[in-house]
Design a protein around this ligand. Structure first.
Ligand SMILES: *Cc1c(COP(=O)(O)O)cnc(C)c1O
Ligand code: SF4
Length: 345
């Protein structure tokens, strides 16, 4: 029988990833926040603490720090129809499902993601696609969730084809953890679904060099072979990649796999994630230390979400931080008030 994903505190203890006496406390955590490690990730976590830390739950998750928020990026007020988040003038998110191959302990959508639910019905998907069809200002559709590569190739392919057929949609983007968390999912049918005439940017989430295994090279090479442009996104995490060496190794591993580091995210204040927090000044110092010594291709933008839905802005760039922190309209100059609040009612 093929190995199954680890989903419960008992599974984790059986795999030797947590001590047996931690099981009762972790059972409570797993009732609140989804847990999953694919067999691929479980094997990696068994030998690499920087991988285990990203996925193995911790009793501290049930303690919410005073600054932590349920919806730290404030998606809900920017959702004109179910499954769509429209915060910027030229692009919008489509969240076709909320399942992921693994559940990261620091996830900013941790209150929403999980294996059951969140899959848009056919009617809801039609309504979301209709919204995109009637918004000529949207030039980029960003599929996220959840993880869009968890969809069946048939469903994903049909969705991408419908979006790409909209004349005003110039580029598509998918944010995914599947290539490093469950490479076996990248089947010929899935690769075929990703082959589009219009440019597709595939943004791969990885936080530690060891997430790139011998399986990753053929997987990412095949994804690149679809014509997709491969980008990397990472979160700066205490105990995972909070050193110059770890970041350098991560970004160099991405480049060796044809993945261009795009974003390094400052951790969003999701509930129960305080153990991963690295202060901004420390993040800036780490990136400064890499600049010049390491190829410029390995240099991502270091970004943070402004509170209350102010949007993403780059850290360490004059002119951004103050406006966003003051809660004023961020420098991209878009009036948020034009967005409906339908989804939050
Ligand atoms: C992050 C994000 C995007 C994409 O932003 P880029 O800076 O273009 O990568 C789009 N919409 C929402 C709501 C986001 O949070
Ligand atoms: S893969 Fe992304 S959306 Fe899913 S749990 Fe991890 S951070 Fe959250």
């Amino acid at each position: 029988m093929a190995p199954r994903p680890l989903r419960t505190a008992e599974d984790l203890a059986e795999a030797g990833l947590v001590p047996p006496d931690a099981v009762p406390a972790l059972r409570d955590v797993s009732r609140r926040y989804s847990v999953a490690l694919t067999p691929h990730v479980a094997a990696l976590a068994a030998r690499e603490p920087a991988v285990a830390r990203q996925y193995v739950p911790d009793a501290a998750e049930l303690k919410t720090a005073p600054h932590e928020l349920d919806d730290p990026t404030a998606d809900a007020p920017f959702s004109p129809v179910k499954g769509v988040v429209h915060r910027y003038p030229d692009r919008a998110l489509l969240k076709p499902l909320l399942a992921c191959p693994v559940y990261c302990r620091f996830c900013f959508r941790r209150e929403a993601v999980g294996p059951d639910g969140g899959l848009l019905s056919e009617a809801e998907l039609d309504a979301a696609l209709e919204w995109f069809a009637t918004k000529p200002e949207i030039r980029e559709v960003i599929l996220t969730g959840g993880d869009p590569l968890m969809l069946s190739p048939r469903r994903l392919g049909a969705m991408l084809a419908r979006l790409a057929a909209l004349p005003h949609v110039e580029t598509l983007r998918i944010h995914t953890r599947v290539p490093v968390a469950d490479p076996a999912r990248i089947s010929p049918a899935l690769l075929a679904a990703l082959m589009l005439e219009k440019p597709l940017y595939l943004c791969v989430h990885a936080n530690h060099a060891s997430e790139f295994t011998p399986d990753s090279f053929p997987t990412l090479r095949a994804l690149h072979g679809t014509g997709a442009v491969l980008l990397g996104q990472s979160v700066l995490l205490r105990g995972v990649n909070d050193s110059e060496e770890a970041l350098e190794a991560l970004f160099r591993a991405m480049l060796r796999h044809r993945v261009k580091p795009y974003y390094l995210h400052q951790l969003d204040p999701a509930p129960g994630t305080a153990r991963f927090h690295v202060p901004e000044e420390e993040g800036l110092a780490l990136l400064r230390a890499l600049r010049g010594r390491v190829t410029g291709l390995a240099w991502p933008s270091y970004v943070r979400e402004a509170p209350a839905g102010g949007g993403k802005y780059p850290l360490g760039m004059k002119g951004f931080d103050k406006a966003a922190d003051a809660g004023r309209t961020p420098p991209h100059g878009w009036a948020h008030s034009s967005v409906g609040r339908a989804a939050d009612s």
